[in-house]
Design a protein around this ligand. Structure first.
Ligand SMILES: [Zn+2]
Length: 412
């Protein structure tokens, strides 16, 4: 491959990284932050300049575009990446720097004396003598997911400039993945309508994800009865104690802190209350659809019992599905997955299939009927100021993207 395209990929990434686009979980709007719209505008313009068709930026900061195929009978495929970077309380402005890793601790920030310590992040030893993009220790890098955006833009440029054969290629850049896959849920599959799609997100070279959690949430609102304690007997109903009673019904070993791999959990992740009201928030996670359903039923029966036991309280609740396991949506046709393994074989990349203890935008899209597995951006230590992107892996993510297009073309 011509080295110029890798330079282009790197320049794209550095440019996008410099546009602050943290999502904001407390916002009620989509996008949740202005920065995402700023980035979306830049991308919509660049897609137009590249010559894509149907470039649309909507009010929700969802960018969609189509590169019409130059071979008519080919499968159409899609690529999805998210615009937001995670807000974990670090700075919204990113100052990426490229440092060659030579086996020693890396000084990220001289002024603040922030070190990247090898003994705390031994995974970096896989990248000895690589040029690596680091942060300055005050922010995440945002390779999650701007590495993917840069890779997708570079793929488009490469196939347009070199007149490479391809089927229809649909592009979607969506906001607010980090706060509940909100952009992907909103994505209109009449507009973004490939046969199947890929997210390019997460993790080191070789990683493939098509097993994610089934995810749901439950909110329980309890209204008690207040009273002065001097005359409370038989009158006062304490909503806080009802919330605690409900919580105590769940298995203390089926929690995030006691589970790993494919073990699911119920996470009591919010409880607040006062004399009159209490609210309890649960997250429900399981790879296995049946076990997930059982967890939801368990929650329901626990609440129903609380309602019965506390006739003077008013208890409302809702249990909602948030996203699904991608693999449950894959029926007989495994083309989207097979393509990834074939691409890695052709490129001599060792595939690492991960059952993700979380979800991707693909988890939201697959539930809606669009199979969307994920492959690597090449970056590591997401959601941390120690996030880093080895440039060699980043380039391989671009190779992978081009290879996927090639294989899909020959499959049809
Ligand atoms: Zn991501």
């Amino acid at each position: 491959m011509n080295k110029d395209i890798y330079d282009f990929q790197l320049k794209c990434f550095l440019r996008y990284a410099n546009i602050p686009s943290q999502s904001n979980a407390s916002s009620k709007t989509l996008p949740s932050s202005e920065g995402q719209m700023n980035l979306a505008k830049v991308l919509a313009n660049e897609l137009k300049e590249l010559g894509l068709q149907n470039v649309v930026l909507n009010d929700n900061s969802i960018v969609t575009a189509l590169l019409k195929g130059n071979k008519s009978d080919a499968h159409s495929i899609g690529f999805v990446a998210h615009l937001d970077t995670v807000n974990v309380g670090l700075s919204d402005s990113v100052n990426p720097q490229i440092i060659k890793y030579e086996g020693k601790d890396v000084l990220l920030n001289e002024k603040e004396n922030i070190m990247f310590k090898v003994n705390e992040h031994p995974e970096i030893n896989d990248y000895l003598n690589d040029d690596i993009i680091f942060t300055d220790g005050t922010s995440v890098l945002g390779a999650d997911n701007k590495a993917a955006i840069a890779t997708i833009m570079s793929m488009l440029k490469h196939i347009i400039d070199n007149n490479i054969e391809h089927g229809d290629i649909h592009i979607a850049f969506v906001p607010d993945e980090e706060i509940g896959l909100l952009g992907a849920k909103e994505l209109d599959l009449n507009i973004f309508s490939p046969d199947f799609a890929y997210t390019v997100d997460c993790c080191g070279i070789g990683e493939i994800v098509y097993e994610t959690f089934n995810a749901g949430s439950a909110t329980i609102n309890i209204e008690g009865v207040t009273s002065h304690p001097m005359s409370a007997k038989g009158v006062l109903v304490n909503p806080i104690l009802i919330a605690i009673d409900i919580s105590n019904n769940f298995d203390r070993k089926e929690t995030p802190e006691y589970t790993e791999g494919k073990e699911g959990y119920i996470w009591i992740q919010g409880i607040k209350g006062n004399q009159r009201t209490a609210e309890l928030n649960l997250n429900i996670r399981d790879h296995d659809k049946n076990l997930y359903t059982l967890k939801k039923e368990k929650i329901k029966s626990v609440i129903e019992k609380a309602i019965k036991d506390n006739p003077m309280a008013k208890i409302d609740y809702s249990i909602n599905d948030v996203y699904g396991n991608i693999s449950d949506s894959i029926k007989d046709d495994k083309t989207a997955i097979d393509v990834l393994y074939t691409a890695m074989k052709n490129l001599n990349i060792n595939p690492k299939t991960i059952s993700m203890r979380g979800g991707t935008d693909g988890s939201a899209l697959s539930v809606k009927g669009l199979i969307t597995p994920n492959y690597f951006t090449g970056a590591l230590n997401f959601h941390s100021m120690y996030e880093f992107l080895p440039i060699s892996s980043f380039n391989r993510s671009l190779d992978m993207t081009l290879e996927v297009i090639k294989i899909v073309l020959n499959k049809s």
